[in-house]
Design a protein around this ligand. Structure first.
Ligand code: ADP
Ligand code: MG
Length: 618
C-alpha cells in the first residue's frame, strides 16, 4: 500500500503536515531520523504510519506510562494492531502482552524505557524482527533538556543486545541546539535526516498579566469562558487544591490533578476532563504530557513555569484543533522565588548523581532567567518565544497581549537616574555589585538588617524612592534592563550597569518607557479586542449540528467505555458539521475519518446528521 493510502485509510487524513512526509519517507527508506516539531505538530504519525508499512515490529519508547493505554486504545480503534508493556501492568497482563508480541499480533509496541533491559523483554527481543525503534520525547536523554531521565540511557544498552540494529527515529519538541546535538550524539544516530518544523502556532494568542489579585483575575477570565474547556496550571500541589476548591465553590465544573493524588483519582479526573464531564482542569505540570485533547480553548498559568520549553509545551496544549485559543500567564515577582525554590529542592529525579544534579540545577537557573524575560518583556510575546526556539519571525504578531496592548510613553529619566546611581554607589561602597532586592530596599529606605549592617543607609540614594511600592521599583528596574541600561549577571544574579547607563547618568540622555495602560483606561474597542481569542472566533451556522454530533459521540464513547476523543477529535466533528455528509462516500471525506472508523461509526453519525437536517426543515 502507498503511504497516502495508509494516511487516508487508517488515519483519515488527506494530507501530511509540515515535515511529516520527509520524515516518513526517510524512515521507510531505512534511515535514522530526528524530528523536531512543536507539541501538537503531529510527531506520532511519523512512526505510526511507517510502522504499518515496514515489515516486523516498530518499538516506541515513551516516558509516561499513564498515556500508553490511551494511545494504544486510539490506535486499536483505528484498526491498527498495537500493544504496550510497562510496569503498571499486572503479571497477567504482561504475560499476555509478551505472548501477543511473540506471535506477531502487533505492528506497534509501546514500551517504557525501564522495561527494556528486563530479562523477559531482552529474551523476547532476540526473537523479534524489529524494523524501527522510535524514541518519543527524546530530549529526556539529555541533561540539558528540561526533563532528564537516566532510564533513557538504557536504550543504548538495549540496542547493543539486539542481533540487528533497527533504524532509529527520535522525536522531540525541544529545539535548543545543545539538546538536539545531545540526542544525536548519545543515541548515536547515524547520519540522521533531520527536520525542524515551524514552532509558530498562529491560532494561539499569548498574554502576560500582572494582576494585583490573581484569584480574582482568574475568576474573571474563567467567567468569560464558562462554556469552554481549559487547563489552569499552578506551581504547587497546594495551589492546585486551593484554586480547584475556589472554582468549584463558584460553580465551575473543575477537577484537579497532581502527583500527590492516588493513581485512581488521577486516572478518574483525567478521564472526566478528556470526556468533557468537567470543563476546567486545575493541575501541576504533572498533568498533560501527551494528552491529545483537541478542544482545549485556554491554558492559564497561575504561576510562571520554570522554563520557556515547559511553558510552550504546557500552553501548547491549547488549540490543537486549530481553533483560536488563549495562553495567559498570571505573573507576579513572587513566582521567581517559588520557581527558584522548586529548582533548588527538586526531588522528583532521584536517579541523578550529585554531579548530574548540579549540572541540571545550573542549567535550570539559566532557563528560569529566560522564562522571566518572557514575563517582563514589553515586546511581542510570540516573537520572544520564537526567538527562543531559534526561528525567524515578523517583528510584531499583532495577536498577543503586548502587540495589542495600549502603551503610554512615560518619561522615567529621573527615576532611571536614581536607580542607576544607586547601583553605582553601592558598588563604590562595597566593592561589589548586589542583587535587585537589595537595590530596591536601599531605594525604598528599608530597615532590613543586612542593609544596615552593610551601611547602605548612609548612601545619598537611600530612601529616594520611599513613596513607591517595591513592585513598582522592580518593574522600573526590569524596564531599564530591557532597554539595555542594566543587566543581570548570569552567574551571580547581581545587577550591573551597562556602558549605556553613562548616557543617562552623565550625558543628559532621556529615558522614556512604555507603560502598560490598565484595561480600564483603554478605549472600548481595544478592550473588546482584549477579550478571549476563542470568544471572538467567528461563529458558524453549524454550531447546533456540531452540538448534535458531540452528543452522538458522547453516546458512542460511553457505550464503548472509551474517552470521547478516541471516537473522533473535535477537529473531526467540526469538519463533519461543516461538510454535513449524507452518504458513506461523503463521510469518508471528513478529515480524521479512516475506513475502519467509518465502518464502525459512519452509520450512527449519518443518522444523527439526517435527523438534525429533518428537524431543521420542519
Ligand atoms: P505531537 O506528538 O507532535 O505533540 P500528535 O502526534 O499527538 O502531536 O498529533 C497532534 C494531533 O494532530 C493529533 O490529534 C493528530 O491526530 C493530528 N494530526 C497528526 N497528523 C495530522 C495530519 N496529517 N492531518 C491532520 N491531523 C493530523
Ligand atoms: Mg507526542
Amino acid at each position: 500500500m502507498e503511504k497516502v493510502e495508509v494516511l487516508r485509510q487508517y488515519f483519515g487524513f488527506s494530507s501530511f503536515r509540515e515535515g511529516q512526509q520527509t520524515l516518513i519517507d526517510a524512515v521507510l527508506a531505512g534511515r535514522d531520523v530526528l524530528g523536531v516539531m512543536p507539541t501538537g505538530g503531529g510527531k506520532s504519525l511519523c512512526y505510526e504510519l511507517p510502522a504499518l508499512l515496514l515489515p516486523g515490529l516498530t518499538l516506541v519508547i515513551s516516558p509516561l506510562i499513564s498515556l500508553m493505554k490511551d494511545q494504544v486504545m486510539a490506535l486499536q480503534n483505528a484498526g491498527i494492531p498495537a500493544g504496550c508493556i510497562h510496569s503498571a501492568m499486572s503479571v497477567e497482563e504482561l504475560r499476555e502482552a509478551y505472548r501477543d508480541t511473540r506471535f506477531g499480533a502487533y505492528k506497534i509496541l509501546y514500551i517504557a524505557p525501564e522495561r527494556l533491559l528486563t530479562d523477559g523483554f531482552c529474551a523476547l527481543a532476540q526473537e523479534l524482527e524489529i524494523s524501527l525503534l522510535a524514541v518519543d520525547e527524546a530530549h529526556c536523554i539529555s541533561q540539558w533538556g528540561q526533563d532528564f531521565r537516566p532510564s533513557y540511557l538504557k536504550i543504548l544498552d538495549f540496542l547493543q543486545k539486539l542481533p540487528r540494529r533497527p533504524a532509529l527515529a527520535a522525536f522531540t519538541a525541544t529545539a535548543t541546539a545543545q539538546v538536539r546535538s545531545d540526542i544525536v550524539r548519545i543515541l548515536q544516530l547515524q547520519d540522521p535526516v533531520t527536520v525542524v518544523t515551524g514552532f509558530d502556532r498562529p491560532n494561539l494568542r499569548f498574554e502576560v498579566l500582572r494582576p494585583q489579585d490573581k484569584r480574582r483575575a482568574l475568576l474573571e477570565l474563567l467567567e468569560e469562558r464558562r462554556d469552554k474547556s481549559g487547563i489552569v496550571y499552578c506551581a504547587t500541589r497546594k495551589g492546585v487544591e486551593q484554586i480547584c476548591e475556589l472554582l468549584q465553590s463558584r460553580g465551575f465544573a473543575a477537577s484537579r490533578y497532581h502527583a500527590g493524588l492516588s493513581p485512581d483519582e488521577r486516572r478518574q479526573n483525567q478521564e472526566d476532563y478528556i470526556c468533557d464531564r468537567c470543563t476546567v482542569m486545575v493541575a501541576t505540570n504533572a498533568f498533560g504530557m501527551g494528552i491529545d485533547k483537541s478542544n482545549v480553548s485556554y491554558v492559564i498559568h497561575c504561576n510562571m513555569p520554570k522554563s520557556v520549553e515547559a511553558y510552550y509545551q504546557e500552553a501548547g496544549r491549547a488549540g490543537r484543533d486549530g481553533a483560536p485559543a488563549d495562553c495567559i500567564l498570571l505573573f507576579s515577582p513572587g513566582d521567581i522565588t517559588t520557581a527558584k525554590y522548586l529548582i533548588l529542592n527538586q526531588t522528583e529525579n532521584d536517579e541523578l548523581t550529585d554531579e548530574e544534579r548540579q549540572t541540571v540545577q545550573a542549567q535550570d537557573l539559566i532557563r528560569l532567567e529566560q522564562m522571566t524575560g518572557y514575563c517582563k518583556t514589553t515586546g511581542c510575546l510570540r516573537g520572544y518565544l520564537l526567538d527562543y526556539f531559534g526561528q525567524p519571525h515578523a517583528p510584531r504578531c499583532e495577536n498577543c497581549g503586548n502587540c495589542q496592548a495600549e502603551y503610554d510613553l512615560q518619561d522615567l529619566t529621573r527615576e532611571a537616574q536614581m536607580i542607576l546611581s544607586c547601583v553605582v554607589r553601592v558598588r563604590e561602597t562595597l566593592g561589589y555589585y548586589v542583587g535587585k532586592t537589595l537595590i530596591v530596599q536601599t531605594l525604598r529606605g528599608s530597615r532590613d538588617r543586612r542593609l544596615l549592617q552593610l551601611g547602605l543607609d548612609r548612601l545619598s540614594t537611600y530612601g529616594l524612592m520611599r513613596k513607591l511600592s517595591a513592585e513598582k521599583v522592580l518593574a522600573m528596574i526590569d524596564r531599564l534592563e530591557e532597554a539595555g541600561y542594566l543587566r543581570t549577571n548570569a552567574q551571580h544574579f547581581t545587577l550591573e550597569p551597562t556602558a549605556a547607563a553613562n548616557g543617562v547618568l552623565f550625558g543628559g540622555e532621556k529615558v522614556a518607557m512604555p507603560v502598560h495602560l490598565e484595561p480600564a483606561a483603554q478605549s472600548g474597542e481595544k478592550k473588546r479586542r482584549r477579550k478571549s481569542a476563542a470568544a471572538s472566533a467567528p461563529t458558524t451556522g453549524t454550531d447546533d449540528l456540531f452540538a448534535a454530533l458531540k452528543a452522538e459521540r458522547t453516546r458512542l464513547a460511553a457505550a464503548e467505555g472509551v474517552p470521547a476523543y478516541v471516537v473522533f477529535s473535535n477537529a473531526t466533528l467540526a469538519d463533519m458539521a461543516a461538510k454535513a455528509p449524507r452518504t458513506m462516500e461523503d463521510f469518508l471525506e471528513v478529515s480524521g475519518v479512516g475506513e475502519i472508523k467509518a465502518a464502525r461509526y459512519g452509520e450512527a453519525f449519518l443518522k444523527a446528521i439526517a435527523a438534525y437536517e429533518e428537524a431543521d426543515e420542519t
